[in-house]
Design a binder for this molecule. Structure first.
Ligand code: GUN
Ligand code: ZN
Length: 494
């Protein structure tokens, strides 16, 4: 049964979309958060998650239900929605995570997929093999082959209206990730979770995480829904969304709460260390840290879980709004300033400007230059590519000042973009708002624009009037460009 995923709009590789889940007859807005519900331990019950946070989708573990004396019967008799008391989409994982943690499980793909269907799951999962990061290539390739065989088997099972996940493995071998994604896509299954990235997230290896996600995305067509398995910390949702992930699942809200940890979009705080509650959710406006510390364990964990979920949903809404307005890069850049590991993830993402550029809208409302990293945004790379295709006059001055009359043609010089012909001056992204006090990277990117222009127009005579560029930028400008500083030598003529 095919679900329908429609992308409404892109911002870089980030997108807002709608995932229609036929068995639940519900359309979920993405990017979406799927709280993980442990069938045995409910720090917050699903009905509450639905009523208080408007949850449209959650994820639980069919393997735990399958192996439970107490819950297996009720799950089969009542179905998951009634058992959990939740009316939205219920996704079920298969026990693969338990396989990774404990080395062995007693179900196979056919058994667990049929069980998932029998308990009323809306989206099921085969038993993929979560190959951890950094294993040797032989192991990663061998396990990926097994995972692929199981996906192909799952695709043959009659699942009625239930959709199926097709997890993408391949460890940290990027070519294997890409191949795994391509093969998973070939099964025609419905949703493509990126698997076994939990160890990367636990170790704050957001740079490797970004590489792995981008590799998987290269193997998938743009229009399929992607789930980032085990991504539950709100500090990395913006990074996950910007790499093109549509679904996140959070066990963190409950696991961290049970450990007295308090989630924020910049990282994790321990309740013992908080003098203030830096958040405006109902829990944090109605309580002080002292209240929470003084509460009984059950109440404290519930209150922390409610805060943790409030922050997580809040960040998801902020991400959707950012995509809507076309400022997801600005949001991510802000998050990157909140934690160095996110900064590494963002910088890694920016290494792939061409991949980002493919779906980035040609025009957005605004471009805020917020740091040297903004100079590597795909809009800058796109302008450079465009410069290389322009008709360049035989004699051209590119100037940081007013037009210089003596030359046949005078173009603006606008860091971080570089040369801007008159026709493009008012077009996105040349309308970018930049600070008056620019950094070296902005000048270097502008110099790169000059270099691209000169390279593409070997017969043009190009003069550059800059306003005091650093040497590192001037070093990028080809020798055959005549370089002048505004206010010295040739003066600004108007
Ligand atoms: N939960 C977290 N990571 C994984 C994974 O790689 N596969 C499955 N099935 N579940 C997961
Ligand atoms: Zn709060």
């Amino acid at each position: 049964m095919a679900g329908v995923f429609e992308v409404r709009e892109y911002d870089g590789m980030g997108r807002r979309g709608e995932l229609t889940v036929p068995r639940a007859d519900i359309t979920v807005e993405t990017p979406a958060l799927m709280p993980v519900v442990n069938p045995h331990v409910q720090t917050l019950d699903p009905a509450r998650i639905e009523s208080e946070f408007g949850a449209e989708i959650l994820i639980t573990n069919s393997y735990v239900l399958h192996g439970s004396e107490d819950l297996r019967g009720p799950a089969l008799e009542q179905g998951l929605h009634e058992l959990l008391d939740f009316s939205g989409v219920v996704v079920t994982d298969s026990g693969s995570f338990q396989l990774a943690e404990y080395g062995d499980i007693d179900v196979d793909t056919r058994g667990i997929v049929e069980f998932q269907r029998a308990i009323g799951s809306d989206i099921g999962t085969p038993v993929d093999i979560p190959t951890p990061p950094d294993v040797d290539r032989g192991q990663a390739a061998g396990e990926q082959t097994t995972t692929q065989e199981r996906l192909e088997l799952a695709a043959e099972i009659d699942t009625g209206e239930m959709l199926l996940n097709a997890p993408v493995q391949g460890s940290t071998h990027l070519d294997l990730r890409e191949q795994a994604a391509r093969e998973a896509a070939g099964t025609g299954l419905d949703i493509f979770p990126i698997g076994a990235v939990v160890p990367l997230m636990k170790e704050y290896r957001f740079d490797d995480l970004a590489e792995v996600v981008l590799a998987a995305k290269r193997g998938l067509s743009a229009d399929v829904p992607v789930h980032l398995f085990g991504a539950g910390h709100p500090m990395m949702f913006a990074l996950g969304a910007a790499t093109g992930c549509d679904l996140f699942d959070s066990a963190a809200y409950a696991l961290y709460a049970r450990d007295d940890r308090y989630l924020t979009v910049r990282g994790t705080e321990h309740l013992d260390e908080l003098t203030y509650l830096p958040c405006a959710c109902p829990v944090c406006t109605e309580h002080t840290p002292e209240d929470l510390r003084g509460a009984g364990e059950t109440d404290r964990h519930e209150l922390l879980a409610r805060h943790n979920l409030a922050v997580s949903y809040g960040e998801l809404r902020r991400i959707r709004q950012a995509i809507r307005r076309g400022n997801l890069f600005e949001l991510l850049e802000t998050r990157a300033r909140g934690h160095p590991a996110v900064l590494d993830g963002y910088r890694t993402l920016l290494d792939h400007a061409a991949q980002l550029e493919a779906t980035d809208p040609v025009s957005k409302e605004s471009f805020f230059y917020l740091s040297g990293d903004s100079a590597r945004r795909p809009e800058v790379a796109r302008h450079h590519d465009r410069i290389a295709r322009l008709d360049v006059p035989d004699e051209l001055v590119v100037t940081a000042g007013s037009p210089v009359e003596r030359f046949e043609a005078s173009w603006r010089l606008r860091p971080p973009f570089g040369p801007v012909p008159p026709a493009l001056v008012d077009a996105y992204p040349l309308t970018a708002e930049t600070p008056d006090r620019l950094d070296t990277q902005a000048y270097e990117a502008a110099a790169e624009g000059i270099r691209r222009l000169v390279e593409a127009s070997p017969d043009s005579d190009v003069t550059l009037f800059h306003d005091g560029w650093p040497d590192s930028a001037l070093d990028i400008v080809p020798d055959r460009v005549t370089v002048e500083v505004l206010g010295e030598g040739f003066d600004d003529e108007t």
